[in-house]
Design a protein around this ligand. Structure first.
Ligand SMILES: NC(=O)c1ccc[n+]([C@@H]2O[C@H](COP(=O)([O-])OP(=O)(O)OC[C@H]3O[C@@H](n4cnc5c(N)ncnc54)[C@H](O)[C@@H]3O)[C@@H](O)[C@H]2O)c1
Length: 426
């Protein structure tokens, strides 16, 4: 059995057992990699279907190489999943942090995880918040636990047993999670230096990148800033795409040429920005300082406005066709994955279907075997193979740059109106 020692752990009990709370895209890979590196890992999830699948060695979503790790760890008895939060030496919280209608963070999942952990503690444990969180969240998590457990303290003052609390944001890219978990650098922020050291020692079990220690609020902000930086740069490209359309300029050619400048690197435009991170996290900065986050807010608005622009292009393309058939290619928020959270493609398909009730919408989503509920409930949408969608459509809308769509025979597109949000068919 692997047993961790760190500066902090030398004075506290060593970490043998880790409970990972929330077994989704982030929690399950983290649980699996800790287990395959020799720790005893108990995964906790509120979804009984997730728990059952994992205990059967299955992965309830698509992520390359994760299945092998989970199946191996479960069969070796190193990883098991359950609904109840257990006693453990360390806890990693990887529950969702979506935004609410007013764009502020929904902290209810973190609070629920904290309430479940609190009664299991006996002092000396390490609690790591991995969920992407607004500044101050790790301290609020600790305060919530200590409110329920006044017999513990963060720094051992008054002779009380210590609770080590840290934030370690996750920066992996879906589709490459099992590689990037190992190779990416990590930022670890502790509420105390001892907590940061203990968390760093735990990640060092599998992380080959550099582990950078800081305080919790800076670590929280570093993750938000990384995504806001991406969002602002994508917004620049998306705004250029609309201006270029208006001026009858090919935006991809424009960007290609501008990027020949040694200090220019413009990103590619698309139908908007989706996913659980880039489309969400910048709002946490806006909520933290609304008066000053003007560029960050505007970037969000530019990117959120792009689906409406594509829907308008579809309206123009079908304006003279009665009962049109519209092929929409792709639903995911990025290439070669099945994740449709906050996906602009889903929003575009939904709005097109609702605005054109006489149209038949044929959706090709090669990484999914069914439509998301928000689309399945609409009577004029069908999920079909890519060739089938293109064959009968008068209008083809390319929404996601899946590799499979690069294989489309250009001859099959002849005579059709194309709305290409990805620059495949210039
Ligand atoms: N998906 C990504 O690419 C990515 C990347 C970096 C950071 N993050 C962040 O990581 C966090 C988790 O994201 P995710 O993509 O893994 O989410 P997810 O929705 O895939 O998984 C979250 C899991 O937590 C479970 N859950 C909810 N409440 C729970 C509770 N109280 N106790 C136990 N389990 C609970 C859910 O059933 C679900 O299985 C979020 O804060 C997200 O912003 C995600």
């Amino acid at each position: 059995m692997n047993m961790l020692t760190s500066k902090a752990a030398e004075t506290e009990a060593p970490i043998r057992t880790v409970a990972v709370v929330g077994l989704g895209y982030i929690g399950l890979p983290t649980a699996a990699i800790l287990a395959t590196n020799g720790l005893d890992v108990i995964g906790v999830d509120v979804n009984p279907g997730t728990v059952k699948a994992i205990n059967n060695g299955d992965v309830p979503f698509v992520e390359p190489d994760l299945g092998v790790h989970v199946a191996g760890a479960v069969s070796q008895g190193r990883l098991r999943a359950q609904l109840e939060t257990p006693a453990a030496d360390a806890y990693i919280v990887a529950v969702p942090t979506p935004f609410k209608a007013d764009k502020s963070a929904d902290m209810s999942y973190i609070a629920a995880a904290a309430r479940a952990i609190a009664p299991k503690l006996s002092g000396g444990e390490l609690v790591i918040l991995e969920s992407t969180s607004p500044p101050g969240s790790t301290r609020r998590l600790a305060e919530l636990i200590l409110g329920l457990r006044p017999d513990l303290s963060l720094d051992g003052r008054d002779g009380k047993p210590v609770l080590l609390v840290a934030h370690c944001p996750e920066r992996v890219l879906p589709g490459r999670i099992m590689i990037e978990l190992v190779t990416n650098d990590r930022v670890v922020g502790g509420l105390t230096p001892e907590a940061a050291e203990a968390a760093a020692a735990l990640y060092a079990v599998f992380c080959q990148g550099e582990i950078h220690l800081t305080d919790a609020a800076t670590a929280e902000m570093s993750k938000l800033v990384e995504n806001a930086y991406r969002d602002v740069n994508i917004a620049f490209a998306n705004e250029l795409s609309v201006i270029s359309d208006n001026l009858d300029i090919d935006v991809w050619e424009l960007i290609r040429l501008a990027n020949h400048h040694p200090r220019v690197n413009i990103l590619q435009p698309g139908p908007g920005v989706g996913g659980h991170c880039i489309a969400v996290d910048p709002w946490f900065i806006v909520a933290a300082d609304p008066g000053n986050a003007t560029l960050i807010r505007t970037a969000r608005e530019v990117n959120d406005g792009k689906p409406g622009y594509i829907v308008e292009q579809v309206r123009k393309a079908v304006s003279e066709i009665s009962s049109p058939t519209i092929a929409c290619l792709g639903l995911a928020f990025k290439a070669n994955i099945d994740d449709v959270r906050e996906s602009p493609a889903v929003e575009i398909v939904r709005r097109v279907a609702e605005q054109h009730p006489d149209a038949e919408i044929l959706v090709a989503a090669p990484h999914k075997d069914h439509l998301p509920q928000v689309l399945a409930v609409l009577p004029n949408i069908r999920h079909v193979e890519t060739d089938k969608a293109i064959e009968t459509a008068q209008v083809v809308v390319l929404l996601v740059d899946h590799d499979k769509f690069r294989e489309i025979d250009p001859a099959s597109l002849e005579g059709k109106r194309l709305i290409d949000t990805r620059g495949f068919w210039r």
